[in-house]
Design a protein around this ligand. Sequence first.
Ligand code: KIV
Length: 266
Amino acid sequence: MEKKKATIRTFLKMKENGEKIVQLTAYDAIFARLAEAAGVDQILVGDSLGNTFLGYRDTTPVTMDDMIHHCRAVRRGAPNTFIIGDMPFLSYQLDLETTLRNAARFMQEADCDCVKLETTRAELPVIRRLVEVGIPVMAHIGLRPQTVKVAGGYRIAGKSEEAAAELRQLALDVQDAGAFAVVLECIPGELARQISESLTIPTIGIGAGIGCDGQVQVLTDVLGLSEFTPRHAKPYAGIGQTVREALAAYADEVRHQTFPTDANTF
Ligand code: KIV
């Protein structure tokens, strides 16, 4: 039976009912198809595309064209899953018109269901305007990987009482601006729980503990494909090792002329 596509109302209902939301990143049609078959609730085409499949050190080189290309592939692989297009570095900070055009590309060219943007107070009017024109927005607060160069690395956010209070307020403000959900990245578990309890919209945690309304993880971390697994992640398979072994076996058989055999020959 074909899966019924979720909407933002589905996720608000899930929060009301205490059902956890499962979000996973994907960047191409093959893994999107597998994620849909596994029943994940939301696929995030994250700008983590940059530091995973594109081989950059961080997310800042990722362009709008990169994102649209990969979102389109993910949509082809997962036609019935809620897909989030991640707005890349500088695609939503220049001016409102450029932001609207870029967000519209995710919806019109790649058939995404919403956009996500790393959020500070400066983005509140942006969220308001996007929602006003009909583009659902997932906010993203706490650690913001697009500012890694200014922060001098990936640092846990909201550790001091002052920083925690700012995040508590920002979460309420993104909800007020019209975001339908908010990612909480790398903040203390107790703070994430308080924020989740204070909001009517769902929180999606990564490195923010069990008290969030859902979790997101990066595909390559979950599969054991990353060179380095961050503390907040858990590899559920060792695909990197499996692939290395399979490719080495293939190379070995070609070199020793044990592949192809008659069975592989026309
Ligand atoms: O790009 C991404 O994968 C993300 C998640 C870490 C939330 O933004």
